[in-house]
Design a protein around this ligand. Structure first.
Ligand code: UGA
Length: 411
């Protein structure tokens, strides 16, 4: 998120200095090589290389810029809450440099943090360690990101909205200027509302998916195509068609982390996250339905070879965090099945987690099994010849419908 934002700001003519502690990453960025795979990112790094630099020197970066975005990770803790130690650490470093800096500087939190964090934790830390006053001596804002992995550059350049929570009018003016090239609405609000908009958006999107999965499970029983139901519902502008693709559920590094974080916060506050907890419950059960459907056709999986197409949490990424393939593999192994898996990008990551399964060199090779499960909708899976196979589809791959036996999880 940090590098995508930096590269996109550079595209709009800003001079960007990225700070990281990882020397390898710094070197790559300075050589216009992207340390992560994101469509279009490396092109931006190359094309705007004169506007973008990377360093581990906080002082150089802060003294030669007007705005600092905090983009560090906020990983999950064991109770589902988030660890904001990196946010605190960099806030203190920024404050110590602001102490000596004469010019007014704007600090913007972009990391996903529980509502209240910028106002109640970042702000006091900045004031304490700089000895200065927010609003008067420096500015503070919260500007959440809504980027999807894999298409983050596109999402950054063509957002539906930009949300800025600000502390003072001057911070607002500066961010208005930074985002002046964007034609979408710029929604201005408070620091804490901006933080909540991020959580509420992710929770709502995950809710849409779990909702359509529950409806999809009913549809399956009634022999109704849940995709037709979603198409029909989606025509209502109040509902919209997006994020109503039913299947084996949502994964990734964001939805699970954010939903659990809000639940963890609600528990501490003695609030009950009734809807969000149900959304997770539906999502936990959804991948196992794929196995139940498989057992309709192969009741005893012991010693059977099951092919698994797709390991990434969604197509066009090598990210396997909370991938729905994980609970599927866990259950197949429990039932004694032999697994042959293939994914165009995620096999290396998956092998570290499950070294005991067979990784194929092509998607075709997976078809050489007693049944095939589809867990990620990769484009290349559309080209396979499924005619002679038993296929249990978790992602609605229309081309697989011509299999000898075909079952869709919600259709
Ligand atoms: C998500 C949000 O979409 C971004 O707006 C947000 O910025 C990001 O989290 C974040 O907080 O950083 P991402 O995790 O990259 O983005 O992935 P999505 O494209 O939203 O997909 C999430 C999961 O939902 C995937 O497993 C996908 O297969 C599943 N999904 C998505 C469905 O099962 N059905 C749908 O209709 C859509």
């Amino acid at each position: 998120m940090g590098l995508v934002s930096g590269a996109c700001f550079a595209k709009f003519g800003n001079n960007v200095i990225c700070v990281d502690i990882d020397k390898g990453k710094i070197e790559k960025i300075n050589n216009s090589i992207s340390p992560i795979y994101e469509d279009g990112l490396e092109n931006l790094l190359l094309k705007y290389k004169d506007n973008i630099k990377a360093t581990d020197d906080y002082s150089y970066a802060i003294n030669n810029t007007e705005i600092t975005f905090i983009c560090v990770g906020t990983p999950s803790e064991s109770d589902g809450g988030i660890d904001i130690s990196y946010v605190k650490e960099v806030t203190i470093k920024i404050a110590e440099i602001l102490k000596e800096k004469n010019d007014w500087h704007l600090v913007v939190v972009k990391s996903t943090v529980i509502p209240g964090t910028t106002r109640d934790i970042v702000l006091p830390l900045l004031e304490k360690h700089s000895g200065k006053n927010v609003g008067k001596d420096f500015g503070l804002a919260m500007n959440p990101e809504f980027l999807r992995e894999g298409i983050a550059v596109e999402d950054f350049l063509r957002p539906d909205r930009i949300v800025i929570g600000t502390y003072s009018d001057k911070s607002k003016e500066i961010l208005r200027g930074l985002y002046k090239n964007f034609s979408c609405p710029l929604f201005e609000t408070s620091l804490s509302a901006a933080e909540m908009i991020k959580y509420a958006s992710n929770c709502f999107l995950a809710t849409k998916i779990s909702f359509i999965n529950e409806i999809g499970n009913f549809c399956k029983k009634l022999d109704i195509d849940s995709y037709e139901v979603a198409d029909g519902m989606g025509l209502d502008n109040r509902i919209g068609r997006a994020f109503l693709d039913s299947g084996i559920g949502w994964g990734g590094s964001c939805f699970p982390k954010d939903l659990h974080a809000l639940i963890s916060w609600s528990k501490k506050e003695k609030e009950e996250a009734k809807i969000i907890e149900s959304v997770i419950r539906v999502n936990d059960l959804q991948p196992l339905i794929l196995i139940e459907l498989l057992k309709k056709h192969i009741p005893n999986l012991n010693g059977k070879t099951i092919g698994l197409l797709g390991l990434a949490f969604k197509p066009d990424t090598d990210d396997i965090r909370e991938s729905r393939a994980i609970p599927i593999i866990r259950k197949l192994l429990e039932d004694g099945a032999e697994i042959k898996a293939y994914d165009p990008k995620a096999m290396e990551n998956f092998e570290k987690l499950y070294p005991q399964i067979e990784y194929c060199t092509s998607a075709e090779e997976v078809l050489n099994s007693d049944a095939v499960l589809i867990a990620t909708k990769w484009e290349e899976f559309k080209k396979l010849d499924y005619k002679e196979k038993i296929v249990i589809d978790g992602r609605r791959l229309k081309e697989a419908e011509f299999a000898k036996i075909y079952e869709g999880v919600c259709w």
